[in-house]
Design a binder for this molecule. Structure first.
Ligand code: ZN
Ligand code: ZN
Length: 379
């Protein structure tokens, strides 16, 4: 069985360092199902994608935490050498009545690794909103050895967001693109129904649902009104256009790249990225340096821009995506965000999540292992 638990940073680091080898919990119905050899994923409360994979090595039950504390030295249960181990500390987490009803559980744990493989970005865009189709993504995730997948269809799938795309329709090519059958073809209620059905299933990997919302500073107010009623696991904000011209389509060369100076395009792109972050509407920033997809020279040094973005992400406590999509979908040499930006994010302690941007099940998890290693500076 897979178990997910949240941990405060101090306890989390104590497991990573090998000191803490017992996790203490209330022995309630949920924990009674835990068995030796199960996997526990401990998520750092500060960053849920900072995860320690551990194996359950033993399970011992006690009448209460006073009895439990008698059996272990304080460092094994997570205290520092200079700290006083007091069983009453557990009242911070569990009430006396609950402890009396269920008793205490000492879970023996062996730390395995800290490489949690999550693919935070994939689309059902070219298929139906059906459980069977979601299961194709889940099965591919399992095949690729992932621990978690996140599905996030574009806002342009849903009727509720159609009003945010009027600016794009000024250009015939974009108007045609937006009138395709995959655009505005469902409502958010259709999506919620699907999510409800999938969440009823007991799946071996964690599956979350969100949206990839096309952001522009001109539609921010509209988005604010729509998003206040949207309740999903997470919201990812993305910049897909510069001055209302899409930069990543087959017609983008004609409408944008041939008409405007690359230096201006990059500048406007990053201004919009900053504005997206500052808006506070999103939990994650999609593909932060995707404007590089055609490998056109920005004609400017972007180091300071990367620093500003990192500071803003940190300030808003948002995740930055390390998205591998343009490597395998557009042939860009970088497997994910460029080294300079990634290094800046790491140095400024920005939370990172890996993303494949899969648009079909077979692309789920593409280059995620490499991206996960890069996020940790191990490659
Ligand atoms: Zn995108
Ligand atoms: Zn995407």
């Amino acid at each position: 069985m897979r178990i997910d638990m949240d941990l405060y940073e101090e306890a989390f680091e104590s497991i990573r360092s090998g000191n803490k080898r017992i996790e203490m919990r209330l022995n309630d119905e949920k924990r009674q199902k835990i068995q030796v050899n199960d996997l526990i994923f401990f998520h750092n409360v500060r960053n849920e994608y900072d995860v320690l994979r551990c194996k359950v090595t033993s399970l011992k039950t006690y009448k209460d935490f006073f009895e439990l504390y008698e059996h272990y030295d304080k460092e094994t249960i997570g205290y520092r050498k200079e700290e006083n181990a007091d069983p009453a500390d557990m009242y911070e987490y569990y009430s006396e009545e609950k402890i009396e009803t269920y008793g205490a559980l000492a879970i023996g744990i062996e730390y395995i690794d800290d490489l949690y493989l999550a693919d935070g970005h994939m689309h059902l865009e070219y298929g139906p909103l059906s459980t069977d189709y979601v299961m194709e993504f889940v099965e591919e995730g399992i095949r690729k050895g992932l621990d978690e997948i996140n599905i996030l269809d574009h806002s342009h799938r849903f009727k509720e967001f159609e009003c945010c795309y009027e600016h794009l329709k000024v250009y015939e090519e974009q108007k045609n693109w937006l009138s395709k059958e995959t655009k505005f073809c469902n409502t958010l209620d259709d999506y919620y129904r699907l999510i409800g059905d999938v969440k009823k299933k007991d799946l071996p990997i964690r599956v979350k649902f969100g949206l990839e919302v096309c952001y522009t500073s001109d539609t921010e107010e509209l988005l604010k009104k729509i998003l206040k009623d949207v309740h999903l696991d997470f919201l990812t904000g993305a910049v897909h256009s510069v001055d209302h011209i899409l930069y990543d389509m087959s017609f983008s060369e004609k409408l944008l790249w041939d008409r405007k100076d690359p230096s201006y395009i990059y500048q406007r792109y990053y201004e919009e990225i900053l504005s997206l972050i500052v808006s506070g509407l999103f939990d994650r920033l999609a593909h932060p340096d995707q404007i590089k997809l055609f490998d056109i020279d920005p004609g400017r040094d972007l180091s300071l821009t990367y620093e500003k973005i990192a500071d803003a992400l940190k300030e808003k406590d948002m995740y930055g995506e390390n998205n591998t999509g343009i490597h395998y979908r557009y042939g860009h040499k970088d497997i994910g965000i460029c080294e300079k930006m990634l290094e800046t994010f790491r140095n400024k302690d920005v939370k990172l999540i890996c993303a494949s941007d899969a648009h079909k099940p077979s692309d789920v998890g593409t280059d995620i292992y490499i991206a996960a290693l890069r996020n940790k500076g191990r490659r």
